[in-house]
Design a binder for this molecule. Structure first.
Ligand SMILES: Nc1ncnc2c1ncn2[C@@H]1O[C@H](COP(=O)(O)OP(=O)(O)O)[C@@H](O)[C@H]1O
Ligand SMILES: [Mg+2]
Length: 314
């Protein structure tokens, strides 16, 4: 049994972890029946960071479909395919995943990726707690264990060795090696891996490798078309649709400045921020300036151009 387990790890990993793994595989635990009887007093406790129930979404997150993304995502889930959501920041990717998790009745575990995120952070670690050594599932392991949707936000920010950990989960194997415990977790049918990626930010140094990206089906996101965006801004910002349409028009004109020094256009999120300020009594021009001008650029000339757009529209 022990041999069968360890031999499923690559040989280098096996060598590195042999001593440690032997210790743990011999230590008794609730879910490791192969452990040896003489160590029956020591305990290995499996401790999820948070109970999976906390990741269930009870109320429908508001999401206005733009294209066929709802059907596509549901089909990918049914076909056990991982999905990559591509698009600029603040255009609805996170809200969409939340909506789909609710629709498919799956818990949603979101991880904001960053350059210090290690494979251990995702998979889990042993922690000494008093007399006991407690295994803590990382978010990815927790999601696989419970057939949840795991959403890795801005995957490209994660370290390369961290990204590699998802590879066996994203092809026909659908399994997660937990090297530290010498086990492999097979993903249940309901488990789904979703990652997001903003193509606008990428440089040669920070790009998703083909070996990673070719494991996903991709759904492209962009700012919603004007009529749809106005409905969203009015509803989320709590303002009338006429004012929302003005904000959307400003948004469109500002987005046209991309390629004229502006890195990325103003997001739907920022249009909603402006709307929220207006709903609280801030004059529309002031609200548009603080939400849609200063946040997106430090360039004085561009800021002046945006302010001109605001005053001509409102
Ligand atoms: N299609 C949509 N339906 C409903 N709300 C949307 C939609 N697109 C964007 N939003 C709004 O825009 C905000 C920002 O979107 P978010 O999902 O956080 O962006 P992203 O994850 O792409 O950065 C959301 O909180 C939501 O209020
Ligand atoms: Mg997001």
């Amino acid at each position: 049994m022990l041999g069968a387990r360890t031999s499923r790890l690559p040989s280098t990993a096996r060598a590195q972890h042999l001593w440690f793994e032997l210790y743990w595989l011999f230590a008794l635990s609730a879910d490791e029946p192969s452990a040896l009887p003489e160590k029956q007093n020591s305990k290995l406790i499996i401790m999820p960071e948070r109970a999976i129930e906390e990741y269930r979404i009870a109320d429908e997150p508001y999401y206005l479909p733009v294209d066929h993304e709802v059907d596509l995502f549901a089909a990918a889930h049914a076909a056990h395919l991982p999905v990559i959501l591509k698009g600029p920041t603040g255009c609805g990717k996170t809200r969409f995943v939340e909506h789909m998790a609710w629709r498919l009745e799956r818990p949603l575990i979101t991880v904001a990726c960053h350059e210090d995120l290690s494979a251990t952070d995702l998979v889990g670690r042993f922690l000494i707690e008093g007399e006991e050594t407690v295994w803590h599932d990382g978010p990815l392991t927790l999601a696989v264990r419970h057939g949840a949707i795991c959403y890795l936000d801005e995957i490209v920010e994660a370290r390369k060795d961290t990204v590699v950990i998802i590879h066996p989960l994203t092809d026909h194997r659908r399994r997660l090696p937990i090297e530290k415990r010498g086990t492999i977790l097979d993903a249940p049918a309901d488990f789904m891996l979703v990652v997001s990626y903003n193509p606008g930010y990428q440089s040669i140094l920070k790009d998703l490798k083909q070996s990673t990206r070719q494991r996903f089906v991709a759904i492209d996101f962009d700012y919603p078309p004007p009529d749809t965006e106005a409905v969203i801004v009015a509803r989320e910002g709590g303002i009338d649709e006429g004012t929302a349409r003005d904000l959307v028009l400003i948004g469109q004109k500002v987005r046209n400045l991309r390629g004229h020094g502006l890195e990325e256009g103003v997001s739907t999120r920022l249009l909603i921020y402006a709307a929220q300020l207006i709903a609280l009594g801030i004059p529309p021009t002031r609200a548009a300036e603080v939400a849609m001008c200063s946040p997106i650029t430090d360039d004085r000339d561009l800021q002046r151009s945006i302010r001109e757009i605001v005053t001509t529209v409102i």
